[in-house]
Write a protein that binds this ligand. Structure first.
Ligand code: ZN
Ligand code: ZN
Length: 234
């Protein structure tokens, strides 16, 4: 009895959804790195300037050769919402990966949808934010994914590009990875003969009696209930 309990506990640890664990880790990393960047470069004769604006889910940073400034003038509400959702998604993927049951699989699928939702909220929020910036002669209207260059008197003067970066793509990949992990999510079921919880089992096509592989082998692949030869690996 004691041995049975110990071995079934051991198999539970083995039946963690490892792809899900990896998905949870990449989800957490994605929440920490920049999601969007804008690179601006200005050049005129011998002088020039180049800077990068990084939008994280929890801060905005402007980095140039001369300085690194944290800027907080933007409305970051959508970032905070996306941040809260992606952190919940990571936590749920982690929890779901350790539940070797159908409910664990469901939790992972819900978490993957949440991760996608945070990507959508960030993309939509930032696009709306950018569309509301009044156009100025110094800086043209920029979008979520845009780039342009300007010349002055036939010489390159100013250019910029904007694009979603590491965190955004990592969150998308994490959601896909979580969905993939849900397909191979280990689900432990009780063997109806010996009571052990197993992932791989066999089933009688006649009476649907579900047994573990060990019991199927012990019974020479014959169903002990209806005595038929229809026991198959599931
Ligand atoms: Zn069994
Ligand atoms: Zn049977």
């Amino acid at each position: 009895m004691f041995v049975t309990t110990a071995s079934s506990k051991g198999s539970k640890i083995l039946h963690v959804n490892w792809i899900g664990i990896v998905a949870a880790i990449t989800t957490f990393i994605s929440s920490l790195v920049p999601w969007w960047t804008m690179t601006v470069a200005h050049r005129w004769l011998d002088s020039g300037f180049r800077g990068d604006l990084f939008i994280y889910l929890y801060r905005v940073e402007f980095v140039s050769l001369l300085e690194s400034v944290e800027q907080t003038t933007m409305n970051l509400l959508y970032c905070w919402i996306a941040f809260a959702i992606i952190l919940s998604a990571g936590s749920l993927i982690l929890i779901g990966s350790m539940i070797s049951k159908k409910s664990g699989k469901t939790v992972i699928i819900i978490a993957a949808v949440l991760a996608l939702l945070s990507v959508v909220i960030f993309g939509a929020g930032l696009s709306i934010e950018l569309s509301q910036v009044p156009p100025s002669p110094d800086l043209p209207q920029v979008g979520f994914l845009s780039s342009s260059s300007f010349t002055f008197m036939g010489m390159p003067y100013f250019n910029y590009s904007t694009y979603p970066t590491f965190g955004f793509w990592m969150a998308l990949i994490s959601a896909m990875l979580a969905l993939a992990s849900s397909i191979v999510h280990p689900i432990l079921r009780k063997c109806l003969l010996c009571g052990n919880e197993v992932v791989r089992f066999s089933e009688c096509l006649g009476c649907n009696l579900r047994t573990c592989m060990a019991c199927a082998v012990d019974n020479h692949w014959k169903c002990p209930k209806c005595k038929c030869n229809l026991v198959r690996r599931k």
